[in-house]
Design a protein around this ligand. Structure first.
Ligand SMILES: *[C@@H]1O[C@H](CO)[C@@H](O)[C@H](O)[C@H]1NC(C)=O
Ligand SMILES: *[C@@H]1O[C@H](CO)[C@@H](O)[C@H](O)[C@H]1NC(C)=O
Ligand SMILES: *[C@@H]1O[C@H](CO)[C@@H](O)[C@H](O)[C@H]1NC(C)=O
Ligand SMILES: *[C@@H]1O[C@H](CO)[C@@H](O)[C@H](O)[C@H]1NC(C)=O
Ligand SMILES: *[C@@H]1O[C@H](CO)[C@@H](O)[C@H](O)[C@H]1NC(C)=O
Ligand SMILES: *[C@@H]1O[C@H](CO)[C@@H](O)[C@H](O)[C@H]1NC(C)=O
Ligand SMILES: *[C@@H]1O[C@H](CO)[C@@H](O)[C@H](O)[C@H]1NC(C)=O
Length: 709
């Protein structure tokens, strides 16, 4: 196979000057040699409710959406090999993929394409882990507490957007090839629980230079003439550059890295989210990895104590940087990923070749017997019913909890509020306390009635595309957990795949909290406290992923495992719907509350305020709540920016009970803006009648203003 490939490269090189027809013939040889695929890509809007909705990630009551910085997208890749084996990878600008999202996406794909093309087994959905997206799309209660439950329309928006992205990818499948590049990206991530990392064995730590993975992997997808089609990269870093004071929907550092690259390739005047080139920045083992590279500081400017407290309290200890504010920090971490990935993309030279394979199984995760060598020294060990420890409520330095807890605190004499709540929910049994030891149990989420608050039937999945090995993990693996899992899978899969590129695809298919190592679990910082299935959670995953890999090596099948619970008819939602939108006396929706000035210079920020309506009425999917328009010489208007762009911000604020004030800001980019006349428009839908669900579209326009250098 090596010789054959080499021969083809030589032929290709020597024929490089020749006619197109010859090239086509050659490419068919490549296809027979398995180094050529058919690949399709697609992108679609998944931006949910931009008002009043709890944001997913910081679990911070009161951090609700109040506008849009830039839109969230699903980016889908369909891979087909020479034998028609098919696999799908989707990276979504969402905090994580919840179980019901994966199940419903597959159900919808099967309605469209029949039962065999797209299945639970060959579809991998991953979240970028942005903490600035609307929540309420999990049917499990723990992840709905701060969103007041399950927000059906947001769930539908995410599911439908993912399906649409896959449909586009399905429809664009065409001959393509892939090249990989592996490198390191420094200055863009740090460990936020270094004391937990330090509890890993010294010999193990000595194998690595850093306490986070600096590895970055980029895949270049190109057509058979070498034109770029898409980029797919993996780098482990939390999307928490935007902090928990933010109320604007944002894709955070990975979303903005995608935006930058897509603009770069599709042209500065291209609309965001339109394509054709897409760049996905996939999430990996980011569990203990922060983008706030300046580190964690107390309000007085001194570094926090090693247990991430200031004067014994966790609230004040907050990580920051590298920028002057969270917007600049997002830009810097995004630009670092984009620029590094772009240069790797341009020099990518590891050809991907070989067939597509996949295995998926559901695990009864509360009750897995873990045997040596995965049981951390014990003869046999077991996973536990899900439980959250006290440090979970302490939060992290990326977003400290709203209550007085200290990470690593194992005392049960914690905050009276949570003590009360936890007793009310479920009193852990002695057996459960022992199984989860040394975790002091705050919430016994697996024991709540009538349904557990977190999932207990958990999917694991491996997809191989040539020598690419994607391990889809249902949560947040810490740095060392990810390394151990990759090593386990690499050791097995190497029996059939030469030089495998083993990657952790994070926050995929289902969310079940964190996965810390056995040793990190002992320390019970946030990540250990949020490792819900007990100290042997990682060991169980290593053991079961090894079985999947083994099955790929041997060409055997794996049992599907137990069926996950269907909670569709058992959700609740306490956020009231929009009752009515009111326009002020004598004015219409879209009328001006505060107009733009008449003249600006580049670098200025234009601000216009409209009387509008609640953006929850209509999410304006694949559209925009705003435009920035440039006046052409014939007087006509051309839109240059929309709400998916970085330079604009869309703010919603309630005004006088039922009125909405919409503020639109445009920071005029000096490098990219032609002097001339401009205007700003706003579009939305209002619900003028409290007794009817009828929505009316409205528009508003600012006065024309000039922009000069
Ligand atoms: C990732 O980094 C480790 C060192 O931390 C190195 O041993 C390994 O080869 C790297 N893997 C890839 C795929 O670059
Ligand atoms: C696109 O905009 C960037 C700055 O935002 C600029 O550096 C670059 O030259 C522009 N590219 C083109 C092709 O105009
Ligand atoms: C969030 O970032 C802003 C700057 O953008 C800063 O003023 C604020 O203190 C930060 N808050 C937290 C909780 O990190
Ligand atoms: C755990 O699994 C064992 C067999 O593996 C079974 O006998 C036992 O009933 C299970 N316990 C629970 C609580 O599901
Ligand atoms: C450990 O578990 C395995 C698999 O369930 C079982 O075969 C073995 O007998 C157990 N060993 C001990 C010492 O209990
Ligand atoms: C709590 O941690 C201390 C050391 O930090 C240890 O001595 C003690 O046994 C632990 N208590 C429990 C209940 O785990
Ligand atoms: C879950 O239940 C709902 C409502 O009962 C049903 O429509 C849906 O098909 C079920 N999903 C699965 C995967 O069985």
């Amino acid at each position: 196979m090596m010789i054959k490939l080499f021969t083809i490269i030589v032929i290709l090189l020597s024929l490089a000057q020749l006619h197109n027809a010859v090239k086509i013939e050659i490419s068919e040889h490549i296809k027979m040699d398995d180094s050529s695929y058919e690949i399709g890509t697609g992108i679609y809007d998944i931006t949910g409710p931009a008002a009043e909705t709890g944001m997913m990630g910081y679990a911070m009551p009161g951090q609700v959406t109040g506008g849009i910085h830039f839109r969230l997208r699903a980016r889908a890749f369909v891979f087909v090999d020479g034998s028609n084996n098919r696999a799908v990878y989707v990276s979504t600008d969402s905090c994580m993929i919840f179980q019901a999202v994966k199940i419903t996406v597959v159900q919808k794909l099967q309605e469209l394409y029949g039962p065999n093309l797209y299945t639970t087994d060959n579809v991998l959905l991953s979240g970028t882990h942005t903490h600035s997206g609307p929540g309420g799309y999990s049917m499990y209660a723990l992840y709905g507490i701060t969103t007041l439950g399950f927000y059906r329309q947001n769930f539908d928006t995410i599911v439908d957007g993912i399906v649409q992205a896959i449909v586009k990818a399905h429809n664009s499948v065409a001959p393509a090839r892939m090249l990989a590049s592996e490198s390191f990206l420094l200055d863009s991530n740090i460990n936020r629980s270094p004391t937990a990392y330090l509890n890993n064995p010294a010999e193990e730590r000595a194998q690595y230079e850093y306490d986070v993975d600096k590895n970055i992997t980029v895949f270049r997808i190109e057509d058979l003439s070498g034109n770029p089609i898409a980029a797919l990269s993996f780098f482990a870093v939390h999307c928490t550059s935007m902090n928990n004071t933010n109320h604007l929907i944002s894709g955070d550092n990975k979303g903005y890295a995608s935006y930058l690259w897509e603009k770069h390739q599709n042209g500065n005047s291209s609309r965001p989210g339109v394509g054709p080139f897409i760049a996905a920045f996939g999430q990996s083992n980011e569990g203990d990895v922060s983008p706030n590279t300046a580190g964690a500081f107390c309000p007085d400017g001194t570094p926090c104590a090693p247990d991430s407290t200031c004067n014994g309290k966790n609230e004040g200890c907050i990580a920051r940087g590298p920028g002057k504010d969270m917007f600049e920090s997002t830009q810097i971490i995004a630009r670092n990923q984009f620029e590094k990935a772009l240069s790797m993309f341009e020099s990518a030279d590891i050809p991907i070749s070989g067939g597509i394979n996949y295995r998926h199984t559901y695990l009864p995760m509360t009750n897995i017997t873990v045997t040596p060598p995965f049981s951390s020294g014990a003869e046999n060990a077991t996973t536990c019913r899900a439980a959250m420890g006290y440090s979970f409520a302490a939060g992290t330095t990326d977003g400290p909890g709203a209550f007085d807890f200290t990470q690593g605190d194992n005392s049960t004499s914690g905050n009276p509020f949570w003590n009360f709540i936890s007793k009310f929910i479920a009193v852990p049994t002695e057996e459960q306390k022992q199984c989860q030891s040394p975790k002091p149990i705050l919430i016994d989420v697996g024991l709540t009635k009538p349904y557990p608050w977190t999932p207990d039937v958990i999917p694991i999945q491996i997809i191989t595309i040539g020598q690419i090995v994607l391990c889809a993990v249902p949560g947040e693996f810490t740095t060392m957990s990810g390394r151990r899992l990759r090593d386990t899978v690499r050791e097995v899969i190497s029996q059939s795949i030469e030089n495998p590129i083993v990657l952790v695809a994070g926050l995929a298919n289902t969310y079940s909290g964190y996965i810390a190592t056995f040793e990190e679990f002992e320390v019970q910082r946030y990540e250990g406290a949020s490792t819900i299935f007990g100290p042997h959670t990682l060991g169980a995953y290593q053991q079961e992923f090894a079985k999947l890999a083994q099955s790929i090596v041997k060409g055997t099948t794996v049992p599907p495992g137990p069926t996950p619970r269907n909670l569709t008819d058992h959700t609740f939602f306490l956020l009231p719907p929009v009752i009515v939108d009111e326009a002020p006396n004598g004015d219409k929706f879209g009328s001006l509350y505060a107009d733009a000035k008449t003249a600006y210079q580049t670098g200025d920020t234009v601000s216009v305020v409209f009387y509008g309506a609640n953006p929850r009425n209509n999410f304006m999917i694949e559209s925009s709540f705003l435009t920035v328009d440039y006046q052409e010489s014939d007087g006509s208007w051309s839109t240059i920016l929309v709400d998916g762009d970085w330079d604009t911000k869309f703010y919603w604020k309630m005004h006088d009970l039922a009125q909405s004030l919409i503020t639109i800001e445009w920071t005029i980019d000096p490098t990219n803006t032609i002097p001339g006349n401009y205007r700003i428009t706003h579009t939305g839908y209002a619900k003028p009648n409290p007794f009817s669900d009828n929505l009316v579209q409205y528009n508003g326009v600012s006065q024309t203003f000039s922009v000069s250098n």
